[in-house]
Design a protein around this ligand. Sequence first.
Ligand SMILES: [Zn+2]
Length: 369
Amino acid sequence: MSQFFPAQPGYRQLRERLLMAATAIGATLSKYAHPLRGPFGEALFTDVAWLGPADARKVLVALSGTHGVEGYYGSDCQSRWLESLKDRALPEDVAVLMIHLINPWGTAWMRRVNEDNLDQNRNYLNFDKPLPDNSAYDDVHPIYACQQLQGPLRDRADALFAAAIANKGWSGLMSVVEAGQYRFADWLFYGGSEPSWSNRTLRSIVKQHLSDVDVAACFDLHTGAGDYGHPMLMSIVESAYPALKDAKALFGPWLFTLITGAHQISETGVAATSTGYTSQMLLDALPGVHLMPFVIECGTYAGEIVHGHLRDDHWLHLHGDPLDETGRRIKQGLLEQFYPTDPDWQEVVWVRTRQIWEKALLALPQINR
Ligand SMILES: [Zn+2]
């Protein structure tokens, strides 16, 4: 067997489709080899496809798989859009940059995190500075340290979980848990102690391809937060950025701006207390670019349900075997949370993602720094 679920695409199929679509339209490809392999011995890469003039001044960027298992959605839209760009001309002076599966280990192993159990969207920090302190997390840690998937220990952890929800409310609890923590590598929402492979790779990709462009619209593709089948177009940043006015003019009321910080509250399902998000890194890494950092976040199941599957997958990581029967059942459950098999869900997120990209593509020629 060469993948988790023969009926569904695995990492290898996602990659082959992307490469085929990019090759068919004459995109320039480059690849970044990950040091580890996938569960079936497959080599892992982040692939980069550049379509359009090499010296284009304006670029639409799409980034998939920041959270590995969410890359099934992102990759599907990237490939579909590249396929749809066949025999079409891009607007003058505009290029498309597809960054495919920036956390390929997470996609291949069907984890949200990376090979270091690290949440990539908490890792884009300056590690020379003091790291965020989230000591409130200590109180809830016993919920996630449970050594049983089922049984009395799990029942006790579930009781602690229910008590914490009763005490803090669901959003209150998640604002603590999902804020990220930087102390324990085997805990949930770990942000790391140094820049991860994906962090270093993304910085090198954007430096190489975007440092000299004038304007860029970047879309970081996510799933798992928000209402089922409702893609949210967001800007998630620490403060207003110079191109925000253009971003708002481009998308009007469709754009939701989320300012993150230690005391920020959000009802979107996306953690506003988190640090180290991709968008902020892009802004910091590309100071000379008139940059609009967007996130497309496609809602799936209720937050409590998604979170329950993350707990099970965390248990699997610490105590189980992803390839045995229990492991595969947990993987199947997790994949469903982040990439529902429902064809209506898959269709609606594609339609909306394509619509967003088409709008940005048409608008880019008119946006100047
Ligand atoms: Zn995500």
